[in-house]
Design a protein around this ligand. Structure first.
Ligand SMILES: *[C@@H]1O[C@H](CO)[C@@H](O)[C@H](O)[C@H]1NC(C)=O
Ligand SMILES: *[C@@H]1O[C@H](CO)[C@@H](O)[C@H](O)[C@H]1NC(C)=O
Ligand SMILES: *[C@@H]1O[C@H](CO)[C@@H](O)[C@H](O)[C@H]1NC(C)=O
Ligand SMILES: *[C@@H]1O[C@H](CO)[C@@H](O)[C@H](O)[C@H]1NC(C)=O
Ligand SMILES: *[C@@H]1O[C@H](CO)[C@@H](O)[C@H](O)[C@H]1NC(C)=O
Ligand SMILES: *[C@@H]1O[C@H](CO)[C@@H](O)[C@H](O)[C@H]1NC(C)=O
Ligand SMILES: *[C@@H]1O[C@H](CO)[C@@H](O)[C@H](O)[C@H]1NC(C)=O
Ligand SMILES: *[C@@H]1O[C@H](CO)[C@@H](O)[C@H](O)[C@H]1NC(C)=O
Ligand SMILES: *[C@@H]1O[C@H](CO)[C@@H](O)[C@H](O)[C@H]1NC(C)=O
Ligand SMILES: *[C@@H]1O[C@H](CO)[C@@H](O)[C@H](O)[C@H]1NC(C)=O
Length: 595
C-alpha cells in the first residue's frame, strides 16, 4: 500500500501493478484452455437445430482448476454475432476487465480471438460459464467450471467416490435469435419445449409424451458408493425441481460455500444457481432410477413436456426404470411452504472454505450496514414503444463504451452514476444508470419482486449473505427476521414473485460489477445495473490496469486494431499466453533492475 502512496506517476504504478500480478502468476500454476465457439447441429428434442458449441461440444468442456491457479482461456468467436464469455460467481479480484459483460468489456466480434486471463483467489466450488450477450445462453455455449480445494485444505465430508456435473435447463427448439425476435416484438417467450440434462433430451419414460430415439443422459454408478453431483440451472428462465428417484440429496454446497449438510428428497434450483449434493447409492438396484428436473410452480398438466429425465444406473442394475416419475413437490399452489427450503440453507460455520480459517469467522451480523438499496422489479411494460423490464423504474441501456474504459480515456457521458437507492415515483425510463457504491461499505440490497414470475439475481465480483426472504413488501421491521449468524453466502439468489430477498455484501473488491436478473428474458429487456466501486483515496488505482489486449469500442473504436484471426501478429500472442507472460516478466524484471 505504501507503494501506491509514495509513487507519483501513473506509469510507475502501472508497471508495479503489472509486476505484482506477474510475480503471483509466476508463483501459482497456470491452466490454459482454447475455446472455439461455433454452431453445431444437434437434435436434443428430436428437432434438428443449431446450438452453440465450445470446441464442438454441447455443453462445453469442464474448466477444472484449483484455488490460486491462473486461468488463461483463449476464446475464438466463430459465431455470426458478437461474443463475450462470462464466469459468474468467480470473483475477479480488482479485475472487472475479465468479467465478460457489456458494461466492462467490448464484445469480441465474429472471427476474432480474445484471451481471458485471471487468477482464482480464495475460492472453491461449483460454477458454470456462458456467453453473456443477446440471449446466446438459450442456444448453449455453457459449460461447468470447478474450483478445487488445495490439497492441504480439508473438505467437510469424506472424499466422494466420484464427481458428476449435471447442467439442467429449460430449452426451446427456437434458437436465441428467434427468441430475441419474440421479445423484440413484445411477446413473452412462452412455454419452453423441454428441459435438457447435459444437452440431452428426456429418457422415454412415457411413450405418449416422449418421442422415440431421443438421446438421454445416463449416470453410471457402483452400489454402496457416494458421489458428488454438481447441479447447475443453465436454462433460460424456468425454475426447476431436481430429484433422483429413491435417493436422498445431501446438500453440501451452493456456489462456492459449504452448507450445513441436510438431506432433501427434491431440491429447487433456480436459473443461474449451482448446488452440490452427495448421493449415496444405497438402493437395491432392482431397476435403474430416474433423474428428474421438472418445471417448478407451473400447472404440471400443461407443462408435462417441460421435464428433463435422465437415468441413474447401478453397475448391478437388474433392469430399466419404469413407471411414473418420482412425484414433484405438491405445494405448487402453496409457495409459502416452498420458501422454507431456501430459508433452511445455512452456512457450515465450522467448515473451511478456500483458506484454512473457518468461514464463520467473518461475523457479518455485527457489522453496521452503510447503505441500503431497495431494488424493485416490475412486470415488463412499454417504454418508448418497446417492451422493457425495469429495476427501480430503469431499464438499463448498455454503454457504447465500457464504463471503466470510458473513465480511463476521458470519455464523458457514457453512463450516469445516479442509480436510485429505492423505487422513485416517476415515469419508467431507459438509461445507463449505475450505482455509486461505497468502497469498503457494507451494503444491504433488498430485492423486491413485484413481477409475476420467480426471478434470480446475481452479483458479479462478490458473494453476498442471504439474510432474509419473505412475502409482501419489505419494511425496516423486516430486519428483525434477518439471520445474523449463519446465513449462506452465495452469488445467485431467488426472489419469489410478490416477495423479497435481502442480501448483505462487503464491498472490498474495486471495479465495475454487474447486478442482474439471471432470467434471460428479463435481463435482455433491461433488468440489470452495475455497481461502481472505486477507492476514492487512490483514484481507483488499486484496480488492475486494463490488460494488454483490451478491446476498444464505442467512442474509442478508432484505437482498436484489427484482431481477426487472419491477423497473424495478434494471434501469435493471443494463441500463446505463456509466451506473452514470459515477455511481460522479462520486461518487468528489467524494470525492477533499473528502477
Ligand atoms: C435461428 O433461427 C432463425 C429463425 O428460425 C434463422 O433464420 C437463423 O438462421 C437461425 N440461426 C442459426 C444460427 O441457426
Ligand atoms: C480435476 O482436478 C482435480 C484436482 O487436480 C483432480 O483430482 C480431478 O480428477 C480433476 N477432474 C477431472 C474430471 O479432470
Ligand atoms: C461442518 O463442517 C465440519 C468441518 O468440516 C464437519 O465436520 C461437519 O460435519 C459439518 N457439519 C454439518 C452439519 O454439515
Ligand atoms: C403417459 O402420459 C399420458 C399423458 O399425461 C398419460 O395419460 C398416460 O397415463 C401416461 N402413461 C403412462 C404409462 O404412465
Ligand atoms: C442423509 O441420508 C442418507 C441416506 O440416504 C443417510 O445415510 C445420512 O445419514 C443422511 N444424512 C443426514 C445429515 O441426514
Ligand atoms: C428393492 O426396492 C424396491 C423399491 O424400494 C422394493 O419394492 C423391492 O421389494 C426391493 N427388493 C429387494 C429384493 O429388496
Ligand atoms: C391446469 O391446467 C389444466 C388444463 O388446462 C386445467 O384443467 C386445470 O384446471 C389447471 N389446474 C389449475 C390448478 O389451475
Ligand atoms: C454500529 O452502530 C452503532 C450505533 O450507531 C454503534 O454504537 C456501534 O459502535 C457500531 N458498530 C460498529 C462495529 O461500528
Ligand atoms: C459517489 O459517491 C462518492 C462517495 O459517497 C461521492 O463523493 C461522489 O460525489 C458520488 N458521485 C456522484 C456522481 O454522485
Ligand atoms: C405489486 O405491487 C402492487 C402495488 O403495491 C401490489 O398490489 C401487487 O400485489 C404486487 N404484485 C406482486 C406480484 O408483488
Amino acid at each position: 500500500m505504501a507503494l501506491f502512496q509514495s509513487s507519483s506517476t501513473s506509469l510507475f504504478l502501472l508497471i508495479h501493478i503489472a509486476l505484482l500480478s506477474t510475480l503471483s502468476l509466476a508463483a501459482d500454476p497456470t491452466v490454459s484452455f482454447d475455446f472455439k465457439l461455433s454452431y453445431i447441429t444437434v437434435s436434443p428434442l428430436g428437432v434438428p437445430q443449431k446450438v452453440i458449441a465450445v470446441n464442438g461440444q454441447f455443453p462445453g468442456p469442464l474448466v477444472n482448476a484449483t484455488t490460486n491457479n491462473n486461468v488463461v482461456i483463449n476464446v475464438r468467436n466463430d459465431l455470426d454475432e458478437n461474443l463475450l464469455m462470462t464466469w459468474p460467481g468467480i470473483q475477479m479480484r480488482r479485475n472487472s476487465w475479465q468479467d465478460g459483460v457489456l458494461g466492462t468489456n467490448c464484445p469480441i466480434p465474429p472471427n476474432w480471438d480474445w484471451t481471458y486471463s485471471f487468477q482464482l483467489k480464495d475460492q472453491i466450488g461449483s460454477f458454470f460459464y456462458y456467453p453473456s450477450l443477446n440471449l446466446q445462453r438459450a442456444s448453449g455455449g455453457f459449460g461447468p467450471f470447478v474450483i478445487n480445494n488445495r490439497a492441504i485444505i480439508q473438505i467437510p465430508f469424506a472424499q466422494p467416490d466420484g464427481d458428476f456435473v449435471l447442467l439442467i435447463g429449460d430449452w426451446y427448439t427456437r434458437n436465441h435469435s428467434a427468441l430475441r425476435a419474440d421479445l423484440d416484438s413484445g411477446k413473452d417467450l412462452g412455454m419452453p419445449d423441454g428441459v435438457l440434462i447435459n444437452g440431452k433430451g428426456p429418457y422415454r419414460y412415457n411413450t405418449t409424451l416422449v418421442p422415440d430415439g431421443l438421446p438421454y443422459e445416463t449416470i453410471k454408478v457402483d452400489p454402496g458408493k457416494t458421489y458428488r453431483f454438481r447441479v447447475h440451472n443453465v436454462g433460460t428462465s424456468t425454475s426447476l425441481n431436481f430429484r433422483i428417484q429413491g435417493h436422498n440429496l445431501l446438500l453440501v454446497e451452493t456456489e462456492g460455500h459449504y452448507t450445513v449438510q441436510q438431506n432433501f428428497s427434491s431440491f429447487d434450483i433456480h436459473v443461474g444457481q449451482s448446488c452440490s449434493f452427495l448421493v449415496t447409492m444405497d438402493q437395491n438396484a432392482t431397476s435403474d432410477y430416474y433423474i428428474v428436473a421438472s418445471a417448478r410452480f407451473v400447472n404440471e398438466s400443461l407443462w408435462q413436456k417441460v421435464t428433463g429425465v435422465g437415468i441413474l444406473q447401478y453397475s448391478n442394475s437388474k433392469g430399466s426404470a419404469t413407471g411414473p416419475l418420482p412425484e414433484a413437490p405438491s405445494d405448487i399452489y402453496n409457495q409459502w411452504s416452498a420458501m422454507n427450503q431456501p430459508k433452511a440453507i445455512r452456512q457450515n460455520t465450522t467448515a473451511s472454505g478456500a483458506r484454512p480459517n473457518p468461514q464463520g469467522s467473518f461475523h457479518y451480523g455485527s457489522i453496521n450496514v452503510t447503505d441500503t438499496y431497495i431494488l424493485r422489479s416490475l412486470p415488463p411494460s412499454t417504454i418508448d414503444g418497446k417492451l422493457r423490464a425495469t429495476l427501480n423504474g430503469i431499464s438499463f441501456v448498455n454503454p457504447d463504451t465500457p464504463i471503466r474504459l470510458a473513465d480511463l480515456n476521458q470519455v464523458k457521458g457514457s453512463y450516469k452514476l445516479d442509480f436510485p437507492s429505492e423505487p422513485l415515483n416517476r415515469p419508467l425510463r431507459r438509461d445507463t444508470s449505475v450505482i455509486n457504491a461505497t468502497y469498503k461499505g457494507f451494503i444491504e440490497v433488498i430485492l423486491q419482486n413485484n413481477d409475476t414470475k420467480m426471478q434470480s439475481f446475481h452479483m458479479n465480483g462478490y458473494s453476498f449473505f442471504v439474510v432474509g426472504m419473505d412475502w409482501g413488501i419489505w419494511s425496516e421491521n423486516s430486519r428483525g427476521s434477518y439471520n445474523k449468524w449463519d446465513s449462506i453466502s452465495r452469488s445467485t439468489i431467488e426472489v419469489y414473485p410478490g416477495g423479497w430477498t435481502a442480501v448483505l455484501a462487503s464491498l472490498d473488491n474495486v471495479g465495475i460489477w454487474n447486478l442482474r436478473v439471471e432470467n434471460l428474458d428479463r435481463w435482455y429487456l433491461g433488468q440489470e445495473t452495475y455497481m461502481k466501486i472505486t477507492n476514492p483515496e487512490e483514484n481507483g488505482e488499486t484496480e488492475m490496469a486494463p490488460p494488454d489486449n483490451v478491446l476498444f469500442c464505442g467512442a474509442l473504436a478508432s484505437k482498436q486494431q484489427d484482431r481477426s484471426h487472419k491477423d497473424s501478429a495478434g494471434s501469435i500472442l493471443q494463441g500463446n499466453p505463456n509466451l506473452f507472460f514470459t515477455v511481460l516478466m522479462a520486461v518487468c524484471a528489467a524494470v525492477l533492475v533499473f528502477s
